[in-house]
Design a protein around this ligand. Sequence first.
Ligand code: NAD
Ligand code: ZN
Length: 354
Amino acid sequence: MKQLQVEADHPYLVHIGAGAFDLFADTYRPLLDAADQIVVIADEKVAELHLQYLLNYLTDWDIRVLTIPAGESAKSVETFMACHSFLLSESCSRNSLLLAFGGGATGDVVGFVASTFMRGVPFIQLPTTILAHDSAVGGKTAINHELGKNMIGTFYQPKAVLYDSGLLSTLPPGEVRSGMAEVIKHAFISNEQWLSELLAIEDFSLLTEDQLNRHLEKGIAVKAAIVEEDEFEGGVRKYLNFGHTLAHALEGHLGYGKITHGEAVVLGMSYALLLSEHQKLAAFIQWAKVNNYPLYLLKKIQFEALLPYMKKDKKSSKGELNFVLLEQTGHPYVDKVDEQRAFAAYEKLVSQIG
Ligand code: NAD
Ligand code: ZN
């Protein structure tokens, strides 16, 4: 098992690998012993598959469990309130501890609940998706508003992240694809050699657990380094949005759940690479095709349909378009792109997809 430290408003550790849950009874015993209540809030699908496995590591404590809707639909005011209601009905206090058990959606909503219940209770992230190597680190919490994704939230760091990679074996292929998109994003903004390794993958299902863990560790290290430098997104943290301006527009236009976040990010990265005139664009399109990312969707969607969403992006202001681009691999920057150039680039990308 590997561990990485994140230096945010309080330092905390991310433990990656099989056996991460052994640490409940070890390193984190004092934290669990100090809690007057321990509440697992779990994605319902994850609970069905893995709750008993988790509870087997927690037999020394009296645990309450709340399941919430699977995936993105949990990032709602209704689920947020249901969590608070449950915590109140279980007489939780500021000394209670929450365990967020699920993918990025669960981590986002439970983190938000943890940051607001009685003005803040400690929580531990127990991520169960590949994508959550990204979302579980860095302390951004959120629920969605009908007018925009992640519009309501806080910055609130967990006490620890226990990432038991054995749980990833039950992920469906679409979720593996989604998670690997954020892994390759971390490579694009940091490291050419690692990027080349990832671009050589033709079938994610052939990755061994060790290989996957190594990619996750690298991704977490990139994320942690950026969060340490810029916890509240005043500067370099924006670079983590590489590929995300178009991705969020695609998610908004198609409707959440019609395309996974990571799939949308791959389409968005191909667009950002074209705008960057990056030499790996062709290789990336090839990689995206062999790994079944839905690039063909770009051919069906008009640029005009995406434009209003891109103008609403958090990086954009006064209706102008801002993108994270790459000078070269590992050298991101934010650039203003006028509408005409953005349109021409989109058309060019569509023609290159074939
Ligand atoms: P998710 O949490 O929606 O999970 C995806 C699906 O996989 C769900 O249906 C879930 O039930 C299922 N699932 C989860 N673990 C499983 C397992 N081990 N086996 C089988 N099925 C499993 O999706 P995600 O991709 O993990 O996260 C996406 C969310 O993360 C988005 O809401 C996004 O906004 C957010 N996010 C947040 C940050 C951040 O910094 N806070 C960063 C990136 C993404
Ligand atoms: Zn993302």
